[in-house]
Write a protein that binds this ligand. Structure first.
Ligand code: AMP
Length: 180
């Protein structure tokens, strides 16, 4: 079964993807994470500004990831497709077969509250938020050190949210029409 996580940045896609991954024993594919792990300095600049990374880079990275062995029996995809242009390529090139779309709707005020509290494990990618008040000084999964993403600040968040409204939200219609 292939899931697609949908929703604004900070809606909880990554957190819920991790829960689903454990429940269904499936790997997660986070487009943002794949891009953060590339060595291309240009990609990091786009990410730090909260802007979309150029499409050809995104397509190359996701297509390569989808050929790997561990995703052949299903996966939880987070962050692709994210623009109408990417959706066109997604459909025309038959990049992935999505069975279920999970759409998380969260009020803007709550999203903004979460931005400054997100911590991401530098080792395993586990996501924690200090607003959960669990007092984790380090990752509870692997003991790794917490990192703070360069784009997790209020100023960049406003840009990311705007990009979500203008470019990402419109493509939800396609998946609704497909009955996903
Ligand atoms: P995320 O980890 O999903 O919040 O994504 C972080 C950043 O990665 C975004 O603000 C974009 O700069 C970049 N990014 C993630 N997914 C895509 C995508 N499908 N297309 C272009 N850029 C992306």
């Amino acid at each position: 079964m292939n899931f697609l996580m949908f929703g604004a940045p900070m809606a909880g896609k990554g957190t819920l993807a991790n829960i689903l991954a454990e429940k269904y024993n499936l790997p997660t594919i986070s487009m943002g994470e794949l891009l953060r792990n590339t060595t291309n300095p240009e990609v990091k600049e786009y990410q730090a500004r909260g802007e979309m990374v150029p499409m050809q880079i995104v397509l190359d990275v996701i297509k390569e990831r989808l050929t790997q062995e561990d995703v052949q029996n299903g996966y939880i995809l987070d962050g692709f497709p994210r623009t109408p242009e990417q959706l066109t390529e997604f459909v025309e090139q038959k990049i992935a077969n999505i069975d279920v779309v999970v759409d998380l709707e969260v009020p803007y005020e709550r999203l903004l509250e979460r931005v400054t509290g997100r911590r991401t494990c530098k080792q395993c990618g586990y996501i924690y938020n200090t607003s959960w008040n669990l007092g984790y000084e380090q990752c509870p999964k692997c003991g790794g050190e917490w990192g703070i993403r360069s784009d997790d600040n209020e100023e960049t968040y406003k840009k990311r949210y705007e990009v979500y409204l203008n470019e990402t939200l419109p493509i939800l219609e396609y998946f609704k029409n497909e009955g996903k």
